[in-house]
Design a binder for this molecule. Structure first.
Ligand code: ZN
Ligand code: ZN
Length: 317
């Protein structure tokens, strides 16, 4: 089977399943589980796949990292090696040739979802993820990502069957919970994640004059728990906190902060206020008066302050 088809069949099936919401009806239980699974899986994508594994903006105990990556894999966005590998390439080549999903280079719809079906984007470049490829649990998740996602689909159906039998007052059943809690929730999560790659590189203000078209887009930040502050993120990619302004709500950062407080995260990096102020001044200068892009990039890369949140680091992955 060709790679694009391999991705495309489940992708098309879930989109085509959407009219089933009118067939299976609804219940408060099904809607609540759908919202809950959206939130938990969205946070696993942003906190674990993105800020934890792709950017190493904090460290987790290996068991926590494995559990978090398993939850992220149930989101149907493929396994950790593929996700992280393509995201790291996006940061290396942002909005230039070689970026797998740039609306500037290849158009809005290709950046939003069509890039997923390109044969060239099916494989993972092992040189982009040597740290993850060294971990057997990450290789296992990556290889069996379809089974992990299908496991959640089956669990929603079986839970609905069990609830219908043991608590009929909830008015939920197997097909209804499967359609709402798995299909609808996964579809919404796909498109909110995709919006970071498409909308947040095309629409919205730019706080920092980065060498790309990244934007800060509030409604994408709401849907993705903070990932819509994407211009901030491209300026300070190693910062665990992406909402830098007072009203830039960043729930993914709140989760990382809490993880640090309870000993589940360590070595948390955040962009310091001094570095943010320096970047704002430096980026707005005319190119001739600006430090070279190389030195500016170096400054950006180092513009993070390590914030140890507990004194005795646990054994880390
Ligand atoms: Zn981006
Ligand atoms: Zn990133």
């Amino acid at each position: 089977m060709r790679g694009g088809q391999h991705v495309g069949i489940p992708f098309a099936a879930i989109h085509l399943a959407m009219p089933m919401v009118f067939v299976v009806g609804w219940s408060a239980t099904a809607a609540a589980v759908a919202v809950g699974l959206y939130a938990v899986r969205a946070l696993a994508i942003t906190v674990v796949y993105h800020r934890g594994l792709a950017h190493r903006s904090f460290r987790m105990p290996r068991a926590v990292q494995a559990v978090g990556a398993t939850v992220a894999t149930t989101a149907g966005q493929r396994g950790p090696l593929w996700w992280v590998g393509h995201h790291r390439i996006h940061h290396r080549r942002t909005d230039k040739d070689g970026d797998p999903h740039s609306p500037v280079v290849a158009g809005f719809w290709r950046a939003h979802l069509l890039w997923l079906f390109d044969e060239r984007n099916q494989e993972t470049d092992p040189t982009a993820v040597p740290d993850l490829a060294a971990l057997p649990e990450m290789r296992l998740l990556d290889r069996w990502h379809h089974a992990v996602t299908a496991g959640l689909a089956a669990a929603t159906f079986l839970t609905g069957v069990a609830l219908a039998r043991f608590d009929p007052a909830l008015e939920v059943n197997g097909p209804q919970l499967f359609v709402w809690a798995f299909c609808l929730s996964t579809l919404a999560l796909w498109h909110s994640t995709f919006a970071v790659n498409s909308f947040a590189h095309r629409f919205g203000p730019r706080r920092f004059a980065t060498d790309d078209e990244s934007r800060n887009l509030w409604w994408v930040a709401v849907l993705t728990f903070g990932e819509g502050w994407h211009n901030n993120h491209h300026r300070f990619p190693r910062s665990a906190r992406q909402g830098l302004g007072r009203f830039e709500l960043d729930p993914s950062w709140w989760v990382i902060w809490v993880m640090g407080r309870v000993g589940l995260a360590d070595g948390i990096r955040v962009a310091s206020s001094v570095r943010i102020a320096t970047a704002l001044t430096e980026d707005r200068k005319p190119p001739g008066q600006r430090r070279s892009r190389c030195s500016a990039s170096t400054a950006a890369a180092s513009a993070v302050a390590s914030v140890p949140l507990h004194p005795a680091p646990r054994r880390l992955a």
